[in-house]
Design a protein around this ligand. Sequence first.
Ligand code: ADP
Length: 414
Amino acid sequence: MHELHMLKTLHPIWLNRVVQSMAKGASVREDLRGQLDQFYSLLEQAVETGDPAWLDPVISGWAESLTQSDLEGDTSNLTEFLNELLQLTINICRETLDEIQALEVIGTIMPAFTFAYLKAAKYEIIAHSGYISRQLKETQQALERLDRSKSDFIAVAAHELKTPLTLIEGYASMLCESHEKVNPQSSEMQLLNGVRNGTVRLRSIVDDMIDVSMIDNNLLSLNFQPVWLNRLFVLLQNELKDSINERQQTMLIEPFPGSDELTFGDPERLLQVFRNILMNAMKYTPDCGTIHVDGRKLPGFIEVTITDTGIGIDPEDQTIIFEKFTRLGSTSLHSSGKTKFKGGGPGLGLHIAKGIVESHGGAIWAESPGYDEKNLPGSTFHVLLPIRAGSPDTKMAKLFEPLGQNKLAQGWAG
Ligand code: ADP
């Protein structure tokens, strides 16, 4: 074949020219010479057999040797390299052969180069996506490590705070008792009450930190007992009555279908869930607003909804508020009160609520048209709880068996 012969004649000239113009240092030149020699020999094979796939091994080898910095950039290093190679080959043909011969050789090698381009693009995409997924995995691992160290910090801090807090609580209540007997109206008594209130608040924060570390380490154990949701809401309504009155808010609790039916759950933990949501509804709703508790029975589940007429939550924040330490509002207002308007806390309440609901096999989520302090679009928190006919804990199940069998489903009229 005439063109193949010309191609073979060009081999040493091509190799010297290409190595000279592409490689800078002597060591690089030697290394590149071997690779380019192999490329040219395979190009000859491809032309001889009419099968461009001969070039595959050398192209995949080049793609594999792409460096970290090649992959970091968004340029196509391998296809650019092939471009340069083709340009040099065309120049060499033009300079060494007459016009017709040059055209013949270029026409013969073009299918092989097209194949090389396609393969290079494919291998480069594979190499880039491999690099990106490695990067993603590393970032995910770093985030997991960060989250673990956050959880470890919470566990250690809560444990370290517990002992001195218990001491302060003990001494403060002893002082209170002795002063109360002597002079309950004294100014010391007022100061001691301040200390007592502070320790109560601190105790609730430390307890929340302990709950978070239990949830994050999958150590939360539930004490399954018969539960009627309407009873929980009556208890909470009484507990929050004074704060509701103080804020001139209205709390409406509907007797929704399923709320008076027996199910099994951890009543203390469920109270904590609904307390956190109701107190948030109060905190993020201005004075005179309304908090509305409703729900419905679904196949196998009860869904409770708590709707407020408050400041609302932007759609992009509706998931992150369930992560620990999420604070959307100004931090200057934080901890200004448990039910004061926008008096946020440490950002643990919803994370704990989510952990408890999910441990029950349920789900919790928030919906709101958005955040708007002027128009007050409000928010709705949904809690989906599975209806259980018995306790998953076998000992407890035995104890409450008669209750489950009789299906005291009518509950308590409240
Ligand atoms: P915090 O202790 O700050 O109240 P939470 O975990 O209970 O922490 O809530 C996280 C964040 O979610 C709050 O800081 C607040 O920005 C937002 N949030 C919770 N409930 C509501 C609500 N009903 N309306 C508007 N925003 C809310």
